[in-house]
Design a protein around this ligand. Structure first.
Ligand SMILES: Cc1cc2nc3c(=O)[nH]c(=O)nc-3n(C[C@H](O)[C@H](O)[C@H](O)COP(=O)(O)O)c2cc1C
Ligand code: SF4
Length: 486
């Protein structure tokens, strides 16, 4: 499939921009956003191992704030007080000072014009793919099924010890081993162990409905205390809450099965969050229009969830797509599976190599379907659309058609954090346009500091804050921030 081109586009004059929908204000719950431009959550891997805000985190969001989008959503931030690698965390009050600083930086750098949300997330345990022998010797629990196949094929005697069974499994050829292991065991071996919301035999998974509402509510209360303008509940992609919404959720405790069961915990989480932060605070969520996996939720589910969330009183609905573990590529031994490596991951961050109709505004028809249902229900909840939105023409047309109320751009904003501002000032010709080839996502996948290929080797440009020593990535090869726009 030949790649789609980054086509020339007609940028508006400053007068046209001033009259546009894109640069008109909109109420989002307790605040008014100055424009309908939105930078959605993007993890840049700049927090400390302990989950704290660093100077690099401040610089990163400060740089986005220079471009004065209507809203910035801070990256997925963990609600539990557990080690999570260099992901921001909000699971304890000790994270508050750093988060307050982050709010202050965005206020100052945007002249108080950008509203700041934080995306709050829970995720289940996932482990790296183990070496085969380690898995068979250490992790596999020997079952009667394994034993029977090995006895039948004369590989072990009846009554062989567990260790003897494991040693016999180690000698099997790949295909033979696959036929002996249960599908879930085979997956643990090839992909690395991963917990599912349906693993009711694990007490911490069984009790998620009792634990998560409180954890989300406490995290949201901290976000308010830190000065954020609101929270975005992360109900999308490969994480716990999206797994509850998934058609693949087969829990039998009333929190799975039919759509009403699947949406129950997300609604209870929202209810507790609302109680914790009060009505005068913006709370919305991000969820999927389509999981884009076999047997997963589709647009019919999304339309139903959208209506339920809006009826419950959410202040915005931000829509994404795909990004699941179910179809992720097998990781290398010693690495963890990553939910953006398979076809559903491609739907989440579409590249110029995706199938028809290409990456640009690809999700808008699905976003429109959710919004239409919300409006039919008589609700005016703003809906945020994302996915390959890279020009004023696409953004303005989406708003004019009523596909969405707010336009989010992740990678285009990473390529050029000033792009919305350039467009508003009638200087669209100066926009550095995203190539949609996912160099940035490749870095994200390896948990490396995320940068963009269009500017990270540009050492001729001075540092945006005027400092002479450009902050560089840990390998010393890349600058960490886009050059200043003057
Ligand atoms: C490096 C990177 C990190 C991302 N991190 C998150 C995240 O933390 N939470 C989230 O909901 N989406 C995340 N996304 C997805 C984006 O928010 C967005 O939905 C997606 O990139 C499609 O929009 P775009 O075509 O404008 O880039 C990330 C995307 C990228 C490129
Ligand atoms: S690295 Fe590539 S895909 Fe990512 S923002 Fe830059 S140009 Fe776009």
């Amino acid at each position: 499939m030949p790649p789609y081109e980054i086509e020339p586009t007609r940028w508006p004059t400053a007068e046209e921009a001033a009259r546009s929908r894109l640069f008109s204000p909109i109420r989002v719950g307790a605040f008014e956003a100055e424009s309908r431009t939105w930078v959605p959550a993007m993890v840049p891997w700049r927090a400390t191992e302990g989950g704290y805000v660093t100077p690099e985190v401040l610089d990163w969001y400060g740089r986005f704030a220079d471009g004065r989008p209507g809203v910035i959503v801070v990256e997925a931030t963990g609600i539990r007080d557990i080690p999570s690698g260099p992901l921001l965390r909000i699971g304890h009050d000790r994270f508050l000072p750093g988060l307050r600083q982050l709010v202050d930086v965005v206020r100052a750098r945007s002249d108080g014009r950008t509203r700041l949300l934080v995306q709050i997330i829970d995720f289940l345990t996932i482990r790296r793919r183990p070496p085969r022998e380690k898995y068979l010797r250490r992790f596999l629990a020997v079952t009667e099924d394994h034993r029977r196949v090995l006895v039948d094929s004369g590989r072990v005697d009846d009554g062989a010890t567990e260790d003897a069974v494991k040693e016999a499994l180690c000698t099997l050829a790949e295909e033979e081993l696959r036929s002996v292991l249960a599908p879930r065991e085979w997956e643990d071996l090839r992909m690395g162990y991963r917990e599912r919301v349906g693993d009711m035999h694990i007490p911490r998974v069984a009790e998620l409905p009792r634990v998560l509402p409180g954890l989300f509510a406490d995290a949201a209360a901290r976000a308010r205390a830190a000065g954020f303008d609101g929270v975005e509940l992360h109900f999308a992609h490969a994480y716990t809450m999206a797994s509850f919404l998934s058609r693949k959720n087969e829990r039998t405790d009333g929190y799975g099965g039919d759509p009403a069961g699947r949406v129950r915990l997300p609604l209870e989480v929202y209810g507790h969050v609302r109680e914790a932060v009060g009505d005068a605070y913006t709370v919305g969520c991000r969820f999927l229009t389509d999981e884009s996996i076999e047997g997963g939720s589709g647009i019919d589910d999304a339309v139903y969830y959208g209506e339920r969330f809006a009826r419950a009183g959410m202040d915005f609905l931000s829509l994404s797509r795909g990004g699941k573990f179910d179809d992720a590529k097998e990781p290398k031994i010693g690495e963890a599976a990553y939910p953006y490596t398979g076809p559903s991951g491609h739907e989440c961050m579409p590249t110029v190599r995706i199938d028809a109709p290409g990456p640009f505004g690809r999700n808008l028809p699905l976003v429109a379907a959710v919004r239409a249902r919300v409006r039919e229900a008589g609700l005016s909840t703003p809906v945020v659309g994302a996915g390959g939105i890279n020009t004023f023409e696409i953004a303005e047309a989406a708003l004019a058609r009523g596909d969405c109320d707010i336009v989010a751009a992740a990678r285009q904003s990473l390529a050029d954090p000033d792009w919305f501002r350039k467009v508003e000032l009638g200087r669209g010709e100066e926009v550095r346009r995203c190539l949609y080839t996912n160099y940035c996502e490749g870095l994200d996948q390896r948990h490396k500091q995320v940068t963009c290929q269009l500017w990270d080797r540009d050492f001729d440009e001075p540092d945006p804050d005027g400092a002479t020593d450009l902050r560089r990535s840990s390998d010393g090869k890349r600058r960490l921030l886009p050059p200043a726009w003057t």
